[in-house]
Design a protein around this ligand. Structure first.
Ligand code: NAD
Length: 263
């Protein structure tokens, strides 16, 4: 038996939504390190993200589509196809959070979270899947969350969107099960990114805690390992999902959550 090393993604193009920071940038970096050309997206520091990926010796471009706008999503996929010929790996990662009880949840925040964290993946897949099938190979990786599998008080829109994307992943996987296109979801626990830093800051302010104590409390309430998952670890998982070893993984929701969902 020969053991294959990490797959080479050279000659392939990956599009990662929300890749100017956090998990998206970690995934883009891992895919670029495996040789893929990249299309980046997101509202953060695009110049810094472009420089980080370019340094890995691949080609990289940026499109600033707003993931809550279907017409901008269509334009982004068309841009990627024009620039690099195809989207071979699609990572639906862009996401936002808002914490409030259902009765106090701002209606416009509900709508934005559903649009950005769930509907955007429908729109990217709707446009990108036919070309992947035509080419006979494709990988869609949806960044769900442990909140795609379990709930937490105060996170109604986020939990609804993440459970939704786990379901959407299964349907897309089934619709493409006889093709070379796989669709899977990754379900991380807490990762220390700007999205989680805001929750730490809010907790520190609410309970008059030091930043270190707030961080430990947030983790301690949910994540048995008491360690953050890292964007690099999630990036490596995405590279694995692009490998031949993963070609019969279809519709999976893979936890990487320090034991959160094992409780
Ligand atoms: P982040 O805030 O660092 O990154 C979010 C990215 O999405 C940024 O690039 C941001 O600019 C982009 N974005 C936000 N709104 C957008 C829009 N309308 N259009 C285009 N881009 C937009 O957060 P993160 O923690 O890296 O989150 C990335 C994904 O991982 C999200 O889907 C999040 O739900 C998921 N996730 C995060 C954690 C965690 O603990 N951080 C855990 C599980 C899942």
């Amino acid at each position: 038996m020969t053991i294959a090393a990490n797959p080479s993604l050279s000659g392939k193009t990956a599009l990662v939504t929300g890749s100017t920071s956090g998990i998206g940038l970690g995934i883009a970096t891992a895919l670029a390190a495996a040789g893929a050309n990249l299309v980046l997206n997101g509202f953060g520091d695009s110049q810094a993200a472009l420089a980080q990926i370019e340094a890995l010796g691949v080609q990289v471009a940026y499109h600033g589509a707003d993931m809550s706008k279907p017409d901008e999503i269509e334009a982004m996929i068309a841009f990627a196809a024009e620039r690099f010929g195809a989207v071979d790996v699609l990572v639906n990662n862009a996401g936002i959070q808002h914490v409030a009880t259902i009765d106090t949840f701002p209606v416009e925040r509900w709508d934005s979270i559903i649009a950005i964290n769930l509907s955007s993946a429908f729109h990217t897949m709707r446009v990108a899947l036919p070309a992947m099938r035509e080419r006979g190979w494709g990988r869609v990786i949806n960044i769900a969350s442990v909140h795609g599998l379990v709930g937490s008080a105060g996170k109604s829109a986020y939990v609804a969107a993440k459970h939704g994307i786990v379901g959407l992943t299964k349907v897309a996987a089934l619709e493409n099960a006889r093709t070379g296109v796989t669709v899977n979801a990754i379900c991380p626990g807490f990762v220390l990114t700007p999205l989680v830093q805001k929750q730490i800051d809010d907790l520190a302010a609410r309970e008059s805690l030091s930043p270190d104590d707030a961080r430990a409390k947030l983790l301690g309430e949910k994540q048995p390992s008491a360690q953050f998952v890292t964007p690099q670890q999630i990036g490596e998982m995405a590279v694995f999902l692009c490998s031949n070893a993963a070609s019969e993984m279809r519709g999976a929701a893979l936890q990487i959550d320090g034991g959160w969902s094992a409780q």
